[in-house]
Design a protein around this ligand. Structure first.
Ligand code: NAG
Ligand code: NAG
Ligand code: NAG
Ligand code: NAG
Ligand code: NAG
Ligand code: NAG
Ligand code: NAG
Ligand code: NAG
Ligand code: NAG
Ligand code: NAG
Ligand code: NAG
Length: 282
């Protein structure tokens, strides 16, 4: 009797596993693979890495690439930003200008401004926005080489421009009381670089570190948590231009197994376990 029962169990399990494994949807499978550029940060919805992940695993406008150091790179209006931190829960990234980082070969003692590496940030406003409560550094180009004494310290932390194309360059925090006078002494471009709250104590030799520390951008995309909590993988259908929740059996509009709040987690767990076991034995 015991043998019959266990035989029956094995039979049921094998049938079940065949059904489950046959049904694992290929969208679900494709978007289940954990990806990183190498630095350990998980890249997942709404982001996806060009050539490593399918665009349908992400959201339009959230394509990333990887640099040779293993950092994810976000390109916004033709400027590359290194992503240092992604908070999927709070929907923000901490980024800094990649060209500035690369020009300074990891030594933050001065900022290399040659060929105007610091540029105004231009955001696709429907997707990304600067988080509030951040500050800005104002870079002033082609300043008078004989500056009044109170403005001299704003040159600190900027690498000497051997090319002399930018002239003397000053960097001030946006609310610095000397900004108006400094602007009067400079005739070139004015570039604003956002910096996060820790940068508030001003310019000086610390500006290299502050620029590399970067700034925070929040993003707007479909909320993934309902789909994810139902055991699905978030994605997007570019042809219908709709959010998709890829479930083990098939894509759905919002979430997997709607209404089965408790049963679904164990179901998904068993499904995954069996599916991987069957894959190994095949
Ligand atoms: C950075 O450059 C400065 C000046 O050239 C030098 O004194 C310092 O040791 C360098 N720091 C690192 C970490 O290379
Ligand atoms: C700044 O970058 C330019 C171009 O990459 C390079 O030629 C120059 O030596 C750099 N300057 C400093 C001070 O690192
Ligand atoms: C140096 O200046 C020349 C001409 O003014 C310019 O063509 C070149 O790109 C500049 N180089 C750098 C590294 O800024
Ligand atoms: C910004 O800072 C002010 C004052 O420190 C604080 O009251 C406010 O909550 C902050 N806002 C955000 C969005 O963090
Ligand atoms: C630079 O400053 C000096 C002293 O304040 C002044 O005489 C000179 O006209 C200024 N030059 C320019 C180009 O503004
Ligand atoms: C600029 O503003 C920040 C906070 O908003 C403050 O901590 C800092 O002292 C201000 N700097 C100047 C020069 O007023
Ligand atoms: C700006 O310059 C004028 C004239 O040189 C001077 O009187 C004034 O005190 C300066 N303002 C600040 C905030 O230093
Ligand atoms: C950067 O943005 C500021 C403010 O929007 C603007 O005044 C300035 O001209 C811009 N600089 C460049 C180089 O476009
Ligand atoms: C960023 O966050 C602010 C405040 O939290 C919000 O008002 C804004 O809509 C958000 N922007 C984007 C692009 O998500
Ligand atoms: C996403 O939706 C969940 C559940 O409705 C909610 O708790 C969460 O705050 C939302 N997240 C964002 C960033 O709006
Ligand atoms: C998008 O929708 C079309 C039409 O319904 C379908 O053929 C296609 O497989 C879907 N693609 C994704 C990634 O969901």
């Amino acid at each position: 009797m015991k043998n019959q029962v266990s035989c029956f169990c094995v039979f049921v399990l094998s049938v079940l596993s065949r059904i489950v494994s046959a049904k694992v949807d290929h969208f679900y499978e494709a978007c289940s693979v954990r990806e990183t550029c190498g630095d350990g940060q998980t890249i997942t919805f709404p982001f996806y890495v060009r050539e490593k992940q399918q665009p349908f695993c992400g959201y339009p406008g959230f394509e990333l690439s990887c640099n040779s150091n293993g950092n994810p790179i976000l390109n916004l209006h033709n400027i590359d930003y290194i992503i240092y931190e992604i908070s999927y829960i709070n929907q923000f990234v901490r980024v800094s200008n990649a060209a500035v980082f690369e020009a300074n070969n990891a030594n933050a003692s001065c900022i290399n401004i040659s060929s105007h590496r610091i540029q105004n940030v231009s955001l696709p406003e429907d997707r990304f926005a600067l988080l509030p409560n951040q500050s800005e550094l104002v870079f002033l180009y082609n300043c008078n080489s004989s500056l009044p004494g109170e403005l001299l310290r704003y040159r600190d932390g900027i690498c000497e421009d051997k090319n002399k194309t930018a002239g003397t360059v000053l960097a001030l925090v946006r609310n610095d009381t000397n900004l108006e006078n400094a602007s009067r002494a400079c005739s070139g471009d004015r570039v604003l670089a956002p910096v996060d709250v820790y940068a508030r104590n001003g310019g000086g030799s610390g500006i290299g570190k502050v620029i590399k520390r970067g700034f925070l951008l929040n993003w707007t995309a479909s909320n993934c948590s309902v789909c994810e909590e139902s055991g699905g993988k978030c994605g997007f259908n570019a042809s219908t231009y709709h959010f998709k929740c890829f479930c083990t059996d098939r894509p759905r509009a919002q979430q997997c197994h709607p209404g089965k709040a408790n049963g679904r987690i164990t179901n998904v767990g068993i499904g995954r376990g069996l599916a991987t076991r069957v894959h190994k034995t095949l």
